[in-house]
Design a protein around this ligand. Structure first.
Ligand SMILES: Cc1cc2nc3c(=O)[nH]c(=O)nc-3n(C[C@H](O)[C@H](O)[C@H](O)COP(=O)(O)O)c2cc1C
Length: 216
């Protein structure tokens, strides 16, 4: 751990390149997302659609994990998962959620806060249908977040479902589907020199978005 600590003590990097101003930012946080997302894709960032989501359980304990953003519209951000997973259980008792995108190559972070609900069954079905067969089988085989004996157990379950659905269209498991994050707050963070970073906050007020700046 000593090398690691030395590294953490010595590492320091200035932020250089870009800025985010009230006049350059789009008034609509979803359109601002579209602009930054396009730049992230063009920057060859690995998995720019990976986002970390934080949920809170009934004792108040938060937990965070990465999921993939699979759809976005002005209604919200959609990801797919197992409804009986750790995150699924959290969401069933507390629908508040926080989302974070970190695009280090662009010195950018986007934070989102909102509430989360299941998408409708048709949307989950349509997405599940498009997934590769192996991923569809994986959704059946993995009782996500539950303890398993070993890896073999997982592989046995995969084989079981591969057999069960042989030569058939694989239906979507009832415990698997989409969630939509409906934001009421966005923060766009742009790294700047001397730690004087830009932070623009969008807050939803009567269906309109208000932009404010906060200190870095
Ligand atoms: C790059 C990356 C993408 C991921 N995408 C998803 C995803 O879209 N859906 C999902 O359920 N898990 C995804 N995972 C796995 C989750 O991070 C997590 O392990 C899993 O959902 C179980 O989380 P939970 O036990 O907190 O519910 C991804 C992990 C990584 C590293």
């Amino acid at each position: 751990m000593e090398d690691l600590q030395n590294y953490l003590n010595s590492i320091r990097r200035d932020f250089a390149d870009k800025s985010l101003t009230e006049s350059s930012a789009n008034k609509n946080p979803f359109l601002q997302f579209e602009t930054w997302f396009e730049e992230a894709v063009n920057s060859q960032i690995l998995d720019p659609y990976a986002m970390s989501i934080s949920t809170v359980d009934e004792t108040g304990q938060p937990s965070t994990r990465i999921v993939y953003l699979r759809f976005i519209s002005e209604e919200g951000l959609v990801f797919y998962t197992n409804y009986t997973s750790h995150k699924g259980n959290d969401i069933s008792t507390n629908n508040k959620i926080a989302v974070n995108f970190f695009w280090g190559e662009l010195e950018r972070q986007i934070r989102v806060e909102g509430v989360v609900t299941k998408v409708n069954e048709e949307m989950s079905d349509a997405y599940f249908e498009k997934r590769p067969r192996e991923s569809q089988l994986g959704a059946w085989a993995s009782d996500q977040s539950t303890e398993i004996k070993n890896r073999e157990e997982l592989e046995e379950r995969l084989n079981y479902f591969a057999d069960k659905f042989k030569d058939q269209v694989i239906p979507r498991p009832p415990h698997w589907g989409g969630y939509i994050v409906v934001p009421h707050k966005f923060e766009y963070w742009q790294g700047r020199p001397s730690r004087l970073h830009d932070r623009l906050i969008y807050t939803k007020k009567n269906n309109d978005w208000k932009i404010t700046r906060v200190a870095p």
